[in-house]
Design a binder for this molecule. Structure first.
Ligand SMILES: [Zn+2]
Ligand SMILES: [Zn+2]
Length: 163
């Protein structure tokens, strides 16, 4: 994923671009269900390029609890500063590129943005009931009998008296 910089003008440049999902591989996050939309804002000051990129896409993930596949919207923002040629500011936040660079490869910052901002838990819904650890039934779809059999017989008797 490269941004051509030779045509950018001084000051603020704004445009939108889509990345085909095949171009970004982030195995930690599942699959992309569609293209990745980017809103790109670049503030150019001579050899200094301040990037702000808003990413928006739909993920195809598998639920940590019930293992079913589900889709979820994902959006995040990236900021990165690039400098063409050696830069006197010598800051960790600035990535230095060759002085004659014609384009900037943003693949890595996009990849990192997905890794850093990915949901730590992948759940099809907040109250997903998951799979029964005993028989493997998806408890979102139907109840199994395992819980009932686990009940202490004495309590079962008590329960039947209370009915
Ligand atoms: Zn689930
Ligand atoms: Zn069960």
């Amino acid at each position: 994923m490269k941004i051509t910089i030779k045509d950018l003008h001084e000051g603020i440049n704004e445009f939108e671009q889509d990345i085909p999902s095949e171009e970004v591989q982030v195995k930690e996050i599942g699959f992309f269900a569609g293209p990745i939309h980017m809103g790109i804002f670049i503030d150019k000051l001579e050899n200094l390029f301040r990037f702000k990129i808003a990413l928006q896409t739909t993920l195809q993930q598998s639920c940590d609890r019930c293992l079913e596949s589900f889709r979820s919207d994902f959006s995040t923002e990236i900021e990165q500063i690039y400098h063409l040629g050696p830069d006197s500011l010598d800051s960790d936040e600035i990535e230095v590129l060759p002085a004659n660079a014609k384009e900037i490869d943003i693949s890595k910052v996009i990849h990192d943005a997905f890794i850093l901002n990915r949901p730590l838990k992948q759940l099809c819904r907040d109250d997903c009931r998951g799979l029964c650890p005993n028989c493997g039934t998806n408890r979102n779809l139907k109840d199994c009998d395992c819980d009932k059999e686990d009940i202490d017989p004495r309590f079962a008797k008590l329960k039947s008296l209370l009915k």
